[in-house]
Design a binder for this molecule. Structure first.
Ligand code: NAD
Ligand code: MG
Length: 385
């Protein structure tokens, strides 16, 4: 039996990881964590019997403890508070899967790397914001960092044996629900429209990021850190079918592509079985049932987030953390109906403009820049709306 801890077990990636675990059969759950979803956590505890569970929110933890008091056969310990996420991440396991959403995932990733736990990383924000620190720790502690994100998982698979022949990485983007919209139409879209992704069912934050192309921007930075690649050698193509999960171009002009169904359980499973593969219960892709595979340039005038992500990534230091923090504030404001869709990238641009870079940041610099950028983003939104 192998042991896994899942951070963010109640989310889209977290629940799919537990489905994969059930199918693989040779995994035991050490710990689960979530922000507050006690109902779902209760079900997960009954099914997977973890040693302990961390519920960040104090009251939710109390509620969960009370419910478990009526279940004398369950021995799972319940902890609460943000610091215990790091405790969970540092407990020795075969793999730590980080499926927390947002910057909140960074410190647990750092704790896992310091403890020498191999990491399956869905939480791209921890690499975007903490890239310089996290990649150093990963090297120092000889940690395997396996990408769950479908594009990066694809590239990780494609690079096997081709590392020294790599010309460039080509990340594919679905383009989201608004790919063919005009600026005028984009100014009118509702939260509901933006949450309606054509190909993938995901948490609300990444769904909005996909619609604004910030998700691809974050993924460009994620690819830079994962594959040690210059930004000039990371390209983006819009591919509305989401069949090609990404590509690499080799020095002789050959392009290798990884294809499959739009199903996150495949990259999740590959991280767990790596370097081997095993069968899946999921649907197989039948290429003859797909009319066409299309590829387009991304329109960065319409979706400036992608441009800002390249600029922040190239500037390096604390800029990517600031991009990410301003975006998180903007996305949650949009989701609460406080700002229109197009204002999100304006908020990000304004906060980036006000930032003074720290070129070789440590964790504290990154945490401070994140905090400061959040404060500025809130201020900008208050001033404008
Ligand atoms: P989600 O919103 O569905 O789930 C997030 C999880 O994190 C939940 O368990 C929640 O309780 C927990 N959480 C939220 N805020 C927290 C906090 N402050 N502290 C601790 N825990 C917190 O998100 P998701 O769609 O599963 O995405 C998770 C991560 O995976 C994101 O970084 C996302 O970009 C990445 N990702 C997701 C998909 C996808 O298909 N959903 C694909 C690729 C990458
Ligand atoms: Mg992705």
């Amino acid at each position: 039996m192998k042991e896994i801890t899942i951070l963010g077990s109640t989310g889209s990636i977290g629940t799919q990881t537990l489905e994969v675990i059930s199918e693989l059969k040779n995994w035991k759950v050490k710990a689960l964590t979530a922000y507050q979803q006690t109902e779902l956590l209760f079900k997960q505890i009954k099914k997977f019997n973890p040693e302990f569970v961390v519920v960040v929110e104090e009251e939710a933890a109390v509620e969960l403890k009370n419910r478990l008091a009526a279940e004398p056969t369950i021995k799972t310990e319940i902890l609460s508070g943000k610091q215990n996420l790091e405790t969970a991440a540092a407990e020795k396991v075969d793999i730590l899967l980080n499926a927390i959403v947002g910057f909140a995932g960074l410190e647990p990733s750092v704790a896992a790397a310091k403890a020498g736990n191999d990491i399956a990383l869905a939480n791209k924000e921890s690499l975007v914001s903490g890239g310089p620190v996290l990649t150093e720790l990963v090297k120092e502690n000889k940690v395997k960092l396996l990408p769950v994100d479908s594009e990066h998982n694809a590239i990780f698979q494609l690079l096997k044996g081709h590392q020294s022949e790599l010309e460039e990485i080509i990340l594919t983007a679905s383009g989201g629900p608004f790919f063919s919209y005009s600026r005028e139409e984009l100014s009118q879209v509702s939260v509901e429209d933006a949450l309606n992704h054509p190909n993938w069912e995901m948490g609300s934050k990444i769904t909005i990021d996909s619609a604004s192309l910030m998700n691809k921007g974050l993924e460009v930075i994620e690819a830079h850190w994962l594959f040690d690649c210059n930004y000039e050698d990371i390209k983006v193509l819009v591919h509305p079918q989401s069949i090609v999960h990404s590509m690499i171009r080799l020095i002789d002009g050959t392009i290798l592509a990884e294809m499959g169904p739009a199903d996150m359980k495949i990259p999740i499973q590959y991280c767990l079985t790596y370097p081997r593969r095993s069968e899946t219960a999921g649907n197989m892709l039948e290429l003859d049932q797909i009319a066409a595979l299309e590829f387009f340039q991304a329109d960065t005038d319409k979706f400036p987030n992608l441009k800002y992500a390249y600029t922040a990534g190239k500037a390096g230091g604390t800029f990517p953390a600031v991009l990410n923090a301003a975006n998180e504030i903007a996305v949650y404001s949009f989701l609460r109906g406080e700002i229109p869709f197009l204002a999100m990238s304006r908020v990000v641009a304004s906060v980036l403009d006000q930032h003074h870079n720290i070129t070789a940041p440590d964790l504290e610099d990154i945490l401070n820049s994140d905090q400061e950028a959040r404060r500025l983003a809130v201020e900008v939104i208050k001033e404008w709306f």
